[in-house]
Design a protein around this ligand. Structure first.
Ligand code: 4AD
Length: 556
């Protein structure tokens, strides 16, 4: 575009602000949108009636001096030359590009049918299929296109493999215009890498043919443009379906699958039966303030806060039981460890003491984590996610609520009102985390006061002010598990309902457990996302949920 032909402002005056202006073709017409250099101003408006200039942003605009104008006219010639050279370079680049595309388009890639038929494999089976012709399908995870040589990393969910394309394969139009996240069917042979080179699995697939299954967008719509690492968290959450494809996320969700698998394995060894209680319920477990209500064919119902009450009803039928079920909490607070929906691993055990329950919980946690690390692929992922992680040792440190208050007061950590802790205070998240991080080992925090715990908790025989309750606290996260012994006498349970102002009538089926053959029993719930945040060293549980729900977010 010939800038000199631009229309002059009404008074024919062009402004130059050497400290705050910009040499942009749209500038120059007002004080607030001035050019930066007089040379660019003269180049852009050679016929201006006047040029007003200021050197500092706090000084007034003044007519340009004769000598400065002379210098600017010379400078304008330089600007014109530079712009011409840039334009020529752009045209040349476009022509080169067009030529490259034309040449690349002439290349037709075909499969050499004399090669052995390929064996279709998943990337995880690459090592045992080295030196044979294979077929792998997946997504382009990384891509480096050089002249005559293309390196791409393919991802198929089971692993990553580096693929190398040379010759016509590397120069074909479909290859040079390939994009991240496109899906491919790749044919070739996997060879170990020569000394000194590195790639996933220490090998690479030398490609002899490939086909595009789906070409992903380039330019503005390309995945790297849509999900940039330092983007606003809410944009990343809107694009969670794309973010999930990143290495950190895939790592976390592989560990998550291994964790749930390991829980089930330990429960199997412990002889505990899995059940699936309902999510739509008409009773509360953990207080009315976090209930999500729903209209159930005209009746009031809730999304379950915990499957505990249902698990208790299974004890006489199936013995010890567990479930892996979604729980829902209408948490208003935006903390890094609260979700509105989370995966709750809960168990209920019959005929046991509080000490038995504590030993069961700690050994479940340790055994489960040991099994997670038993899988070499998961151990490898853990090395990246949390290289310093050490499996905790048994037994865990025991600490009563009252000892915790003493510890907090000694360490001058105040309660929520900024005062010293006193019996009956809730140990809120911040104080709990400071204590856990300072002690820096798992803690079984026990014997919470009756008033701050749920209606169903058994009181301690030696001190009726406190309950047989436990929270498991982990460094960096705080509470990952909450459990207790349950009141197993009907009258005492009724007192609990009364204290918490809950109508016992809808709980008739739960109360019946205390009538038709009662027994001492207890259980607990583990927050999967919290355990993962601890295992994978994540700042927030949101990273550990596939599509996290919290107040203000229920999509995608
Ligand atoms: O301590 P909570 O509320 O205990 C119960 O629900 C019991 N009825 C469980 C039982 O005894 N069967 O929750 C248990 C665990 C917590 O320790 C925490 O790990 C997790 O569930 N949790 C949450 N995780 C994410 N977001 C939330 N809003 C959570 N609320 C609880």
């Amino acid at each position: 575009m010939d800038l000199a032909k631009q229309e002059l402002p009404p008074k024919g005056t062009i402004y130059i602000d050497e400290s705050a202006g910009t040499d942009d073709k749209s500038a120059g017409k007002s004080e607030s949108s001035a050019f930066k250099t007089a040379a660019f101003a003269v180049y852009s408006y050679p016929d201006a009636l006047a040029y007003y200039l200021r050197r500092q942003s706090d000084s007034p605009f003044e007519p340009i001096s004769a000598s400065a104008l002379k210098k600017a006219k010379k400078g304008a010639d330089g600007v014109a030359k530079k712009i011409k050279a840039a334009e020529e370079a752009r045209i040349k680049k476009e022509a080169d590009e067009a030529k490259k595309i034309e040449e690349a388009s002439k290349i037709v890639i075909t499969q050499d049918m004399s090669l052995p038929a390929p064996k279709k494999i998943k990337i995880k089976d690459s090592i045992k299929n080295r030196e044979t012709r294979v077929l792998i399908q997946g997504w382009v995870h990384r891509l480096r296109v050089q002249k005559g040589l293309v390196f791409l990393v393919l991802r198929d969910g089971s692993g990553f493999i580096q693929c190398v394309l040379t010759g016509n394969l590397a120069s074909a139009y479909s290859t040079i215009s390939l994009t991240l996240e496109s899906t491919l069917t790749i044919y070739g042979v996997i060879h170990p890498l020569p000394e000194g080179k590195s790639a996933p699995g220490n090998h690479e697939l030398v490609v002899d043919f490939y086909e595009i299954v789906g070409l992903a967008p380039s330019g503005d719509d390309s995945i790297s443009n849509k999900v940039q690492e330092n983007a606003d968290p809410s944009i990343l959450l809107d694009n969670r379906h794309l973010v999930l494809r990143g290495e950190t996320m895939t790592g976390i969700f592989k560990v998550r699958a291994a964790l749930l698998r390991s829980f089930r394995r330990v429960y199997e060894e412990f002889g505990i039966t899995e059940v699936t209680p309902p999510c739509m319920v008409q009773t509360q477990v953990e207080g009315g303030s976090t209930l999500f209500s729903l209209n159930y064919y005209g009746e009031n119902a809730y999304l379950t806060q915990s499957s505990q009450l249902y698990l208790e009803t299974c004890l006489p039928a199936l013995g010890d039981v567990f479930c892996v079920q979604e729980s829902f909490r209408a948490e208003r607070s935006h903390t890094r460890r609260h979700l509105s929906e989370y995966t709750h691993v809960e168990a209920e055990l019959a005929f046991l003491t509080f000490e038995d329950l504590l030993e069961h919980i700690e050994s479940l946690i340790v055994k489960t984590v040991e099994y997670v690390f038993e899988d070499p692929a998961i151990a490898e992922i853990m090395k990246t996610l949390n290289p310093g992680f050490v499996i905790p040792k048994l037994p865990f440190k025991r600490m009563t609520y009252e000892h915790a208050l003493e510890w907090l007061n000694e360490h001058e950590i105040p309660n929520e009102d900024g005062e010293k802790f006193k019996f009956g205070d809730d140990i809120a998240e911040a104080a709990e985390r400071r204590m856990t991080d300072e002690i820096n080992e798992p803690i079984l925090l026990t014997r919470f006061p009756v008033e701050i715990k749920s209606f169903y908790m058994q009181k301690c025989a030696d001190d009726p002010r406190v309950t047989e309750s436990v929270d498991v606290l982990m460094p960096n996260v705080g509470e990952i598990t909450g459990g207790s012994m349950r009141i197993y006498e009907l009258d005492e349970l009724m007192e609990g309902f009364k204290r918490e102002k809950i109508d016992p009538a809808p709980y008739y089926w739960f109360n019946d457990q205390r009538i038709y053959g009662t027994c001492p029993h207890g259980g607990y719930g583990l927050g999967t996302e919290r355990i993962l945040a601890w295992l994978c060293d994540r700042f927030t549980v949101r990273d550990c949920s596939l599509y996290p729900r919290f107040s203000g977010r229920c999509k995608p």
